[in-house]
Design a binder for this molecule. Structure first.
Ligand SMILES: [Zn+2]
Length: 449
């Protein structure tokens, strides 16, 4: 037994890092990444801006202006792309009546999320991977639903990314299901995402990851002239918003404050994004969102799902939540002319690579345990095979307790391994991997006897 494990280690060790990287790109994902197109993204944003305003409190009946026309236009595009999917992609506008709330909604509104679902091909695989952007826009006065609010970057950029992922991915099939959504109501208080997250929880949807894209297509800040189109931020919560009281003891005892599900997803997004997209660095930001601000991933984490926020490296506040105007020679407003569509292409491709890699992966290993019966200076891990998909094997991930990212991957063909590294000194995770190299999300082991 012991000999077998040692052989597995000697033959199967994969180091990730600089010189010894053996991780290769999946050619199917690489081809999809190449198909992501800056001109397509720009054209969607031009169309979105042409609706004048996409305020959540604007008209839902006007055929040309307002959020109703905009969400129907997105639906039309989804349906157009569905034609090439052989019936696997379906789309609709998911509406609900949202009442006056005494905050940012004065009268009851018809709230609507435009949702496309690319059904997975494996009937035994109930996993869902979700990408979200918000279609609604706002003026300086968030209650103004009449005057122009172009919202090219906030969040035309995230909505365009969602649309481009539908266009490219709907021609491919994946074992797991992918849901693409452009929500409304973000600027009014995360209303559309709240509606969707609660609905998902009530229906027990097995959403394993949410990528929320909000403000991701501008490459500069208002304070400096520095252009940065090679970095993008991924925000992830540390301590979980959901049932922290139930998890706190375990987190404290095992030092897992940096190993929650959202943080694992963020690490995954970084690794896979950088694997497939050249000249892009994904920066891990250790907080749920920007300082004291909110976004559509938050209703998901509050309902127990794993969700992160993806946002450009620097924000330009002259072009965010501002009426279009010129003051002292400075142009304010969220206009497409201030965006960088090549940067948006990279950030969109980064999302696509992650969605595809997740949706092609075997499901997570189950009952992942670290043996604690005897005190040893090694780490013995065991798990049960993935329930869905056919894993080629599993990667045991390892990192120093002070490291932000996984530093080593040990390939294991079976479902147990004994590593000569102490569980006292390293963190571990286990993820399933397919023949084509598509990894699932890692699972942190729990103490087992
Ligand atoms: Zn936004």
């Amino acid at each position: 037994m012991k000999r077998l494990l040692v052989i597995t280690l000697l033959t199967g060790v994969v180091y990730i890092g600089h010189a010894q990287t053996t991780i290769v790109r999946d050619p199917e994902i690489e081809a999809m990444v190449k198909e992501v197109n800056a001109d397509s993204l720009q054209s969607y944003i031009k169309s979105m801006v042409a609706f004048g305003t996409r305020s959540t409190v604007s008209s839902v009946t006007d055929k040309k202006k307002g959020i109703g026309a905009a969400r129907n236009w997105v639906l039309g595009k989804f349906q157009q792309w569905a034609a090439a999917s052989g019936g696997r992609l379906t789309a609709f506008v998911d509406t609900t009546t949202y009442p006056a709330d005494g905050r940012r909604v004065k009268e009851p509104i018809n709230l609507g999320n435009t949702v496309a679902t690319l059904k997975g091909t494996d009937p035994t695989d109930n996993r869902i991977f979700l990408i979200s952007g918000h279609l609604d826009s706002r003026r300086t006065d968030v209650m103004d639903g009449v005057n122009d609010a172009p919202g090219a970057n906030d969040d035309g950029s995230g909505s365009a990314a969602v649309m481009e992922c539908v266009r490219v991915m709907s021609k491919h099939s994946f074992p797991a299901t992918i849901v693409f959504v452009t929500v409304s109501g973000e600027e009014q208080g995360l209303l559309g995402a709240n509606y969707m997250a609660k609905k998902a929880k009530a229906a027990n949807w097995n959403i394993e990851a949410v990528l929320n894209n909000d403000i991701m297509g501008s490459n500069n800040s208002n304070e400096t002239n520095i252009i940065n189109n090679t970095q993008v931020r991924v925000f992830s919560e540390g301590l979980p918003a959901y049932e922290l009281d139930k998890q706190a003891k375990n987190i404290r005892q095992l030092g897992l404050e940096n190993d929650g599900k959202a943080r694992q997803l963020a690490r995954y997004v970084k690794e896979v994004g950088e694997r497939y997209v050249d000249n892009l660095e994904v920066k891990l930001i250790y907080r749920n969102d920007r300082f004291l601000r909110g976004g559509d991933h938050t209703p998901y984490v509050e309902n127990g799902y794993t969700a992160v926020r993806i946002t450009e490296m620097n924000e330009n506040y002259n072009h965010q939540h501002q009426d279009v105007r010129t003051e002292k020679g400075v142009v304010y407003g969220d206009l497409a002319e201030f965006m960088d569509f090549e940067y948006l292409r990279k950030n969109t491709a980064m999302n696509l690579a992650n969605l595809a890699n997740l949706a092609k992966s075997p499901s997570m290993p189950q009952e992942v345990k670290v043996e604690v019966r005897n005190l040893t200076n090694g780490t013995q891990l065991s798990w049960k095979a993935s329930a869905a998909g056919k894993p080629k094997g599993y990667y045991v991930l390892m990192r120093e307790t002070t490291s932000a990212v996984w530093e080593r991957k040990f390939f294991v063909a079976g479902t147990e391994v004994n590593l000569p590294y102490s569980k006292d000194n390293y963190f571990f995770g286990v993820q399933a991997v397919s023949d084509a190299g598509n990894e699932g999300l890692p699972v942190v082991p729990v103490p087992g006897r």
